[in-house]
Every structure is written in structure tokens, then in C-alpha cells.
Design a protein around this ligand. Sequence first.
Ligand code: MIG
Length: 811
Amino acid sequence: MAAIFENPPQSGSNYEPLGAAELVDHDGRTLRLKAGSTIVEISALAPDLFRVGAFPDGSPPRYDSEAIVKQDWGPAEVSMERSGGRITLSTSAVAAHVSLDPLRISFVDASGRALAADDEELGMGFSRRPDADVFTQPLGPAPRLYKRREEGERYFGCGERTSGLEKTGSYQIFWNVDPPLGHTASFNNLYTSIPFSLSMTSGRAHGLLFDNPGRVEFDLALEDEGRAYYGAEGGNLVYYVFCGPTPRDVLDRYTELTGRTPMPPLWSLGNQQCRYSYMDEAEVREIARGFREQDIPCDVIYLDIHYMDGYRVFTWNDERFPDPDKLTSDLWEEGFRVVTIVDPGVKVDEDYPVYTEGRERDLFCKTRENEEFHNVVWPGMCAFPDFTNPETREWWGENHRALIDRGVAGIWCDMNEPALFVPHGATMPGDAVHPGGPDGEARRHAQVHNAYGSLMARSVREGLLRLRPNERPFVITRAGYAGLQRHALQWTGDNTSWWEHLWMSMPQLQNLGLSGVAWTGVDVGGFWGDTNAELLARFTEFGAFQPFWRNHSALGTRRQEPWAFGEPYTSVCRKMLKLRQRLLPYLYSLFEECHRTGAPILRPLLFEYPEDETTYTADDEFLLGDALLVAPITRPGIEHRHVYLPRGCWYHYWTGERFDGPAHILVHAPLGEPPLYLRANTAVPMGPDASHTGESVDPLTLLLHPTEGAGESSLYEDAGDGFGYEDGEYSRRTLSCEESAGSVTVRVGAREGSFVPQRQQLRLEVRGFGSAPESVAANGEGVESSYDEVAGILALPLGETGDAITVEILR
Ligand code: MIG
């Protein structure tokens, strides 16, 4: 197999920046220029979003991409000015300056901040390979883009990465692979590629998406600290600049362009248990029983590859799982859903209809000699669906009937880099052919490689929507490309049961969140290798706060169900999983915010406190929404750690102790009490104790720590599944809290939307009272409240009518 083309980053051979350009045409929003035989277009899509495309050798501009969901941006208010050798394209927020000789593009926002300016010397252009062979030729010239690094500019994002949060001074490769037997912090590319960087410059953010699904490389001020390089092996030079100025603005616009995370079914936020594999029906039932006996909440159990007949996708192994219908319906009675794994490899087998049908309908990938492309994965020799073909996607989606009709609730897409076994750790060669592009155009694998996983996930989501139109699909993917968030959640693949990987989970998930992928999780406990009691307990202390929570481990490793190590570890896991269960109303509200605005659920501190540069390196702590700060213990035998608290007032969740940020503190965190801080005046909605999400809804508690000042949050609810919320069947209430001169005012806004929760009781739990309050009134009238002297907690019932409630408390 041909080696992947080495694209030397900054000092490559045969690189020629585009030279002098002339204006050919312009409409309301786009400048069209010509530099030699290259067409360059610069478009203002929105006041803070620009797109640049360069198309060499007379090839026509095109922007269709698996990453992009929004092509039509409606009317634009853009003005164009020309003076001498310079054209300026201005929106209300940003001006794009284009110097014509040589062609260089830069952006300046209304505050005068320069961002994403072309490097004066290197600009953008193409590198041509005289040595192009059959493998590289279809890719054409290699696009390159060089941006000046502004003073103090620091880089983040880049999707699923190993190592720390900040990516300044790093080299990033975007090429989906399945690293055999796990990865370490020195690995570069993993399963997913999101060629997007988020820059922070003195508190202000901008982003750059380099939209090319082939092999892409970034050099973020490594070789030259004065510039960043974005380049690909071939294909288009198309990039988008998101001007911010806050990280929230960047993510909002980025997810408008590439798609938002869909609303999840509520049950999928519950605890989930997996293993490679629960081998048969008896074992699955035993695990389910274990959760209920141990009084540990759980909503989902997984079936890994052994449920299939000889690993043939869309089949069942009759010996291990003789009656899947009965199994899934019995589990359902106990409050469990079943999720099954699906791999892309289809066994080459004349007696297997999935294969013969795929072959007859010509839905598989080909070799360059136009034969069916084969390689070995679990089932033995396999063919691989050409997911670029809409017909393949529809067919693949339809095949899920074999699982859905057996009561399976969700689908887990694995091995979709695609991962191949020959040679070990391989993926499809770059010269393999995807014959069925939507435009009837065949593409080389190298041109679409990183999109393969997203396209598979897309076919599953679309298939589930056709099979069960009234249910929200639950789809997990391992591989994907920019925009994958609109099809599936991402789990980060095969980590190892190491303390280092517990720590690394944080920067991994934070950078995914900064790259539009907010519904994420790592394998809790670690996948490869044997976990141990303390590691599992500490992993669970962290994992309870992930958007997607799943404990998963590999074949042949030590068991790691939450009760695997006995006391005190089982109790720690139980406590954390119960806490997560109680946090679901809060988490669900965050998912809705994410669905609406692209704001990550698990956030780096810099997302909320961009002006505070101390947060830029805070990669061993994170925020869940804006009300909770989590700082897990990630070392063995340690009970103390440093925590950075950003500005504002924070309360230690377990002790109620108050801290005023910004501050560096040392915290005591014995097993079972991971450092967790509640932001003052920000209500956190919490449900009751429950063994799974369907169990109980009463009461809903608004947990609050008031202090001098004010804060706001919100509670979002809907049916928890289905699409009624799109027609207004949801309930949103604002929650605000204000304290001044010893008087606390809590307001629960009137319900917006037509959804009426089943619940009967809403209660307020106000913490931090040194003595019983002098008076408590709701809507002007005295109310029964209870005061717990030891804990300093005041609790009172609030009516559940949906009307606005104002509570006044005098300390
Ligand atoms: O080659 O299906 O990342 O979660 O348990 C291993 C077996 C294939 C890799 C996935 C892992 C899963 C395993 N799969």
C-alpha cells in the first residue's frame, strides 16, 4: 500500500503562493478574483462569518461538503470599497481587506482587532508535485494557507486530540485512524478529524475551519512561532473564518454552518453499561439484575460484536441470543434499553443477503482496478459500503430494521475510520474508489477519507428516523468529520485504564466541545488493560459529569462494573451515579442550550471566562454548563489538589464552604467527594433519586446558593423524546436569584411553551444559611418552610402551576 503523502508543513517544496490578482466580478456578498489560472472567491456569509475558496487551473468553485449544512445565508448587508490595490468587503462587524498584488486577505473587526490575516510572505496557494503518481494524481495540487499569528494568539480546538487543552506550538494531523492497541499522549490523529482551530487573542476569540475531508495538517506556530499553517494533500482550498469575538459567538456560528447537536432522548443521558462483550443473554440479564440489586441507576446495556452471527452485521447469534425480542422487552420492563454495535465491514459470503444485495446493487467501495475492495475485519474478508452514495446510505439505514424490530433502542457505529486488519491498524488505501458520489462522480478514498465515519453515522440516523419517525435517534460514532455532531454523539474510542487517560479525558472532551461536538464521552474505567478499584472510583467521579456516560472495557480485562471491587468503591460509584441521575434536569437543559446555540455542555473555563488567561491552561478541571465547576482527582493515592476558581463566588458542593475567585486553592478530596463547586446565585435543577430515567419525576428541586449579587439560569423540559418540542411542546422557565442587604429574591419565571410536566412538586433548596431565616414569603404570602440547622439548608415547596413565583427570604 502506498504511504500517505508527506506534506512538509512550512518549508515545503514546489510551493507557490498566489501572486497578483484582479477583480473579475462581485455581487452583494462575494468578490471573485483571478490570480493566474486560480479563481479566488471571498464571501461574507454573515456579519461575523467569511468564506474563502481558491480553485486552481480553472476548476469551478464548489463548496458542497459533508461538513456544511447551511449553504444559503439569505440576504447580506455587505459593502464593497476599492482603493488602489486594495478592496474591502465590510459587514456591520468585520471588514475583509484584500490586497491585490500579491493577493493577501486579512480581517479586522469593529474594535480594530486583526484576525486570520494572511502571512505576508507565504499567503495561500498550491504546491505541485512533479512526482505525482497514480495515487496522488487525482488529488491535484496541494492547497496551503499561511496565517499570521497575532501577538499573544493561542490555539485550541482541533477536535479529538490527545495531550493538553492548548494547541499552540503543535503540529496537528487530521486523518482518521484506529490506533492499534490504544494510544498515548504522543499520538497525533485519532478516530475523528475536525480541521477547526479556535484562537484566543487577549480574551477575544476567532475560529478557522479548513474544509477538506482528505488528509489535512495544521502547524499552529510550531515551526515558526509567527505563523500558522493549514494545508491538505489535495482537493479544495476552502476555509471559513468565524470572527467571534467570544468563544460562544464562534461556536454559535460554527454550529449554524456545520449543524447542531440534535435533542437526545432523555434516557440516553442516564448511566450506561458496556463491555466487550456481554457474551450471552444470561450474562446481560445478570448485569441488569446487578444494577437493580446494587441500587445503582442504569438506563442502557450494550451488546458488543458477539451478539452477531459470525460478526455479520444485522444478524443475531441464535445460540447466545436465542430470543432478542423477549430479552429487550424484559429489560424494558426493568427500565433498561439495549444498544447494539454495528460495524461497516460486510462479510463476503454468498449465503448472506446483506452482502449479495450490496454487491448486486453495486453499493460497495472498489479498487482502482474496479473490483470490489476487500479487507479483513472481525467477520473475515469483508466489503465496505460506499457511504458517499445516497443509495448506499438509504439501504444501510433500512437494514437496521433487523435490530430495531427486535427492540433495540440505539446504534453504536464502530470501526468506521474505516479500520482494517491487514496490515494491522490500516485504513482503506487512498486509491480505493467510492464510485457513487451524489453527483455521479467517483472519488478516491484519499479525497473523502475523513468523511467516511460521518457518512455512516448519517445513514444510521436517517435510517432510524425513517424506521421510527416519532423517536429521537440514538447513534454513537467513533469516526467522523466536522459536522458529525448533527448525526451522532462521539465517544473517544479505546483509551486505556491509566491515570493519564483519566486526566486526558478532560482536554479531549473540552477540545471536542470547542469544535462543535458537545455530546461526547470517554470509556469510564478505561478500555484496554486492567483497571483497579481506586482508578474506577476516581474515573466514575469524573465520568458522572460527561455529556455521555458509559463504563466500557475490553475483552479479557478485569471486570469493571461499578460494584466489581466491593466497598468502599461500590458506594463511591453508587453515590456518583446517583448524583448524575439527579443532575439530569440540569444536564437536559444544557443539551437544549447546546441544540439551540452550539454551546458545549462540558466546557473549558475559557468558554465562560475568555478574558481570564489563567483559564487557557486549565485542562484538569472543567465546567458543566456555567453553574458547576468540576476538578477531578486524577492521580493515585492523592486526596488533595489545586483548583483554579475563576472570578465570582463559588461554594464547595459537599461542605458548603465559600470561595471568592479568582483564586488558586488547595482542596481536600477524599474518595467519594470529588472537588465540585456550585456558582453562587445560579439555580441547578435536580430530579429525585431514581434507578433509571423513566422511574420518578417528583420532586424537582432547585438547588441554590445565594450571595450578594445576582445570577440567572434556566430550566428546560419536554416529553424527553419525539419531536413535539418543535411545535412548542416544551417548557422553559428562567430561574434568577438576587441578594442584597440580607434579602434574597428568587424568581421562577412563568412557563414558556405548552408542555406541562407530569410532576406535582417543585421545591426550592437554598443553602448557606447560618441561622433560620427571619421570614419567607412566596408571591407575597407566608409559606411553610423547613430549616435544617446542621446543614444550614432552607427548603420550601413551590406550587407547580407554571405561573411565575417570586420568593422573598430575609436572612
Ligand atoms: O477492534 O467491538 O473501540 O469499544 O468494544 C476492536 C469491539 C473493535 C473497538 C471499539 C471498542 C469495541 C471493540 N472495537
